[in-house]
Write a protein that binds this ligand. Structure first.
Ligand code: SF4
Length: 350
C-alpha cells in the first residue's frame, strides 16, 4: 500500500518534489488541493500530468476509508465511521449551523480513560491516531461541506479518545489544520478537550497555540469524579482546575468546563453548589451536556425541567452557563456509538 501523502512533512514533500525535478511551490499547490478536499491527484489540475502520475504511483490522497455514515437533524448532522490502516475505526461528526460548520474529530481509536458513561470507553483501546489521520478527518469534512457550498470553520477534539494522551500527534495536527496552505482554521476556532492530564495541559500552554481548552469535568468533588472520570484518581479536581486556569491566564482564552448531565448522579443542588464553589470568580464557561443514552450503562438523562433547574442553580452561583443542543441523537451521537453499532452488526453477521 502506498504512503498517505499527508504523513509527509512540508520539508519531506518538498524533498520528494526535488527528487522528481519539480519546484518546491508545488507542495503548496498539493496541500491547497487536499485542503479543498481533492480525493485524487488527477484532480489537481494545476500540476503537470507527469507529476500527477508520479504522485499517484507513490502516494494515497488519504488513508481513511468511510465504512458507515449516519444522519440526523434532517441531514444537518452527519457521522462517518472511518476505517484506519491496520483495521481500527474512528468516528467524525459534522454539524451544520446557520453561521458555522463544526467537525468533532477523533484522536484515538478507543480510549484508555474508561469513563463509565461513555460508549467509546466501553470497548478496548486500539491505538493512537497519527497526525495525518486526524487531519484527514477534517479534509474529508471539508470535501463534504464544499459540495454543499459550505466551509469547515470550527473543530472540536471531542470525538473518540483522550487528545492529551496522544499529545504530539494532536499538536502536530492542530498546526497543520491551522496552516493557511492547508485548511487555515484559526487555533481560536479549535477546541481541545481533556479529561484532565495535568502535565499535558501545562505543556500545551508552552506551545503558543491559542486553542480553547475544554475540561471534561462532570463532577466537582473527587469522590464522584474518581468514578465518572477515573483519571481523577491520579489528577484530582482542584489541581486540574488550577492547571486549566493557568492555561487560560497564559493564553487569554476562557476555559470551557463540560458537564455531562446524569440524572440523580451529578444534577443535584449539592453538585450545583460544589461546581459554583470550584469555579467561583474564574474566567470560565460551563457547558451542560444532556446525556445521550448509552446501552449497558446505568445512567439516564435528566428531563428538561431538571436540566433547566440545574442550570439556574449554577447560574445563581455566578457562573456563565449554556446547555449544549442535543445534536444528532439519531446519528448515534455520543462518541463511540456508531462504532459500537457497526461492530455489533459485524459480529452478528460473522
Ligand atoms: S468520555 Fe472521553 S475521556 Fe472518557 S472514555 Fe469517553 S472518550 Fe475517553
Amino acid at each position: 500500500m502506498t504512503q498517505p501523502i499527508l504523513s509527509l512533512s512540508a520539508t519531506e514533500l518538498e524533498q520528494w518534489l526535488a527528487d522528481h525535478d519539480a519546484p518546491a511551490y508545488r507542495r503548496r499547490q498539493i496541500w491547497g488541493w487536499l485542503g479543498r478536499g481533492a480525493t485524487t491527484f488527477d484532480a489537481m489540475r494545476e500540476l503537470p500530468k507527469s507529476l500527477r502520475v508520479a504522485l499517484d504511483a507513490d502516494f494515497r490522497a488519504t488513508s481513511l476509508r468511510s465504512i458507515a455514515v449516519s444522519e440526523a437533524d434532517g441531514g444537518r448532522t452527519t457521522k462517518t465511521l472511518f476505517e484506519l490502516d491496520g483495521g481500527h475505526s474512528v468516528e467524525a461528526v459534522v454539524m451544520r449551523y446557520a453561521d458555522r460548520s463544526t467537525l468533532c474529530i477523533s484522536s484515538q481509536a478507543g480510549c484508555p480513560i474508561g469513563c463509565p458513561f461513555c460508549a467509546t470507553g466501553k470497548f478496548p483501546f486500539g491505538r493512537n491516531l497519527k497526525a495525518h489521520e486526524i487531519v484527514e478527518q477534517a479534509v474529508d469534512a471539508e470535501r463534504v461541506l464544499a459540495a454543499e457550498g459550505r466551509r469547515l470553520s470550527h473543530i472540536v477534539f471531542m470525538g473518540m479518545g483522550e487528545p492529551m494522551a496522544n499529545y504530539r500527534a494532536v499538536i502536530d495536527s492542530v498546526r497543520m489544520l491551522a496552516d493557511p496552505e492547508m485548511l487555515g482554521i484559526s487555533p481560536r476556532r479549535i477546541v481541545v478537550s481533556t479529561s484532565g492530564l495535568i502535565p499535558r495541559i501545562t505543556q500545551l500552554g508552552d506551545e503558543k497555540l491559542p486553542v480553547t481548552l475544554a475540561i471534561s469535568l462532570h463532577a466537582a468533588r473527587d469522590e464522584l469524579r474518581d468514578v465518572l472520570v477515573p483519571i481523577n484518581r491520579k489528577y484530582p479536581v482542584n489541581d486540574l482546575v488550577e492547571a486549566a486556569q493557568a492555561y487560560g491566564a497564559r493564553t487569554g482564552r476562557r476555559v470551557s468546563y463540560e458537564w455531562v448531565m446524569l440524572a440523580g448522579v451529578n444534577d443535584t443542588e449539592r453538585d450545583a453548589r460544589e461546581l459554583g464553589g470550584l469555579l467561583k470568580r474564574k474566567l470560565a464557561h460551563v457547558n451542560l451536556i444532556p446525556f445521550n443514552p448509552v446501552e449497558d450503562t446505568p445512567y439516564h438523562a435528566p428531563d428538561r425541567k431538571a436540566i433547566r433547574a440545574f442550570k439556574e442553580m449554577v447560574e445563581a452561583q455566578g457562573l456563565n452557563v449554556t446547555v449544549r443542543d442535543t445534536r444528532g441523537r439519531e446519528a448515534d451521537a455520543a462518541c463511540g456509538q456508531l462504532h459500537e453499532r457497526v461492530m455489533k452488526n459485524k459480529l452478528a453477521v460473522s
